[in-house]
Design a protein around this ligand. Structure first.
Ligand SMILES: [Zn+2]
Length: 321
């Protein structure tokens, strides 16, 4: 590892993962923090204590790069002064600093989407309210600098930004060209496959993106970078990234094929597929299980393993929409 580019991992608590979230400090001429944890009890104290043991204070940090806009990666941003530059992909901006028109578009999109795929209102409405609150409670701070695919990271000449789209539309990973290290955010995690979270299209009325397909494409692209080690947003370092990527792609295909078998036998809504895929957890982790299911359907449709006619629309179903 280049002496100027030492990396330290700081692990912080979150509200939803036992293993917490990893943020990284890149010791360089520009002291850089990658990601900013979740704003939960004890997280800021844990952060400052670990920073101190590395020999730094909060005021030493000059810039923060966000791999993506999810609350477990951005929550502590508001503890920092505004002269600490906030860097991220432009598609993260609307989540970090949501405008009222984005919130309106967000709710409208999901309302319509859930209806189409057959989610009953008594499940869709509380989830949407929760999701709305989560967006409102995000960083509430705009990005100062946008970086996009292939860009050098400001202040870090050895590092290149990769737009590792899928888990989030604005997802970035940081690639160290010489050492072949990837600070991956949630692009590749040791124990789970990241959720293909659906986002409203950038402009109202456009077709939504298909995050599972984007994620597969991203993973396949990463295979060509000869990455030696991935420092993920959750869990321990990944030392065999290419092997794990192959495994993830195969597992996803197998899961989709299982869904295909069911759809060959009967007409189901996407929500019904979700219930069958996740009979125990579809209610307690509704968004995750639903997006995972939509991912399988998008995959099957895009590879023509099924046709649109094999999926039942939710639009004509009972329910007070
Ligand atoms: Zn995460």
């Amino acid at each position: 590892m280049n002496g100027k580019d030492k990396i330290s991992k700081i692990n912080l608590p979150t509200s939803f993962q036992a293993e917490g979230v990893n943020v990284f400090l890149i010791h360089n001429d520009t002291l850089t923090l990658v990601d900013a944890g979740q704003n939960v009890k004890g997280a800021w104290d844990a952060f400052t204590a670990q920073l101190k043991s590395l020999g730094y204070q909060v005021k030493d940090i000059q810039q923060i790069i966000l791999t993506h806009s999810h609350v477990d990666h951005t929550g502590l941003v508001h503890y920092f002064d505004h002269d600490v530059k906030l860097i991220g992909h432009p598609s993260s901006e609307r989540w970090l600093h949501p405008t009222s028109s984005f919130l309106e578009q967000h709710d409208f999109f999901f309302q319509d989407f859930f209806h189409q795929i057959g989610v009953p209102p008594h499940i869709a409405q509380p989830y949407l309210a929760y999701k709305h609150r989560q967006v409102v409670s995000n960083a509430q701070r705009s990005l100062d600098i946008y970086v996009e695919e292939g860009a050098e990271i400001p202040g870090l000449p050895q590092w290149m930004a990769l737009h590792t789209i899928g888990h989030a539309q604005g997802h970035l990973s940081l690639f160290h060209r010489q050492d072949k290290i990837l600070i991956g955010g949630d692009v590749l995690l040791p124990h789970i496959s990241p959720n293909p979270i659906i986002e409203p299209p950038l402009h109202r009325g456009e077709e939504r993106e298909k995050p599972q397909l984007q994620m597969n494409e991203t993973l396949r692209r990463l295979l060509s970078f000869s990455i030696q080690r991935v420092l993920p947003g959750h869990g321990e370092d990944i030392l065999n990234p290419n092997e794990l990527i192959q495994h993830r792609l195969e597992r996803q295909h197998e899961r989709a094929m299982q869904v295909r078998e069911w759809l060959m036998e009967e007409l189901m809504t996407i929500f019904e597929v979700c219930q069958r895929l996740f009979p125990k957890s579809y209610q307690s982790t509704f968004g995750f299980t639903l997006f995972e299911t939509v991912g399988q359907i998008d995959y099957l449709l895009s590879h023509q393993f099924i046709t649109e006619e094999q999926i039942k629309s939710g639009l004509n179903m009972e329910g007070a929409w």
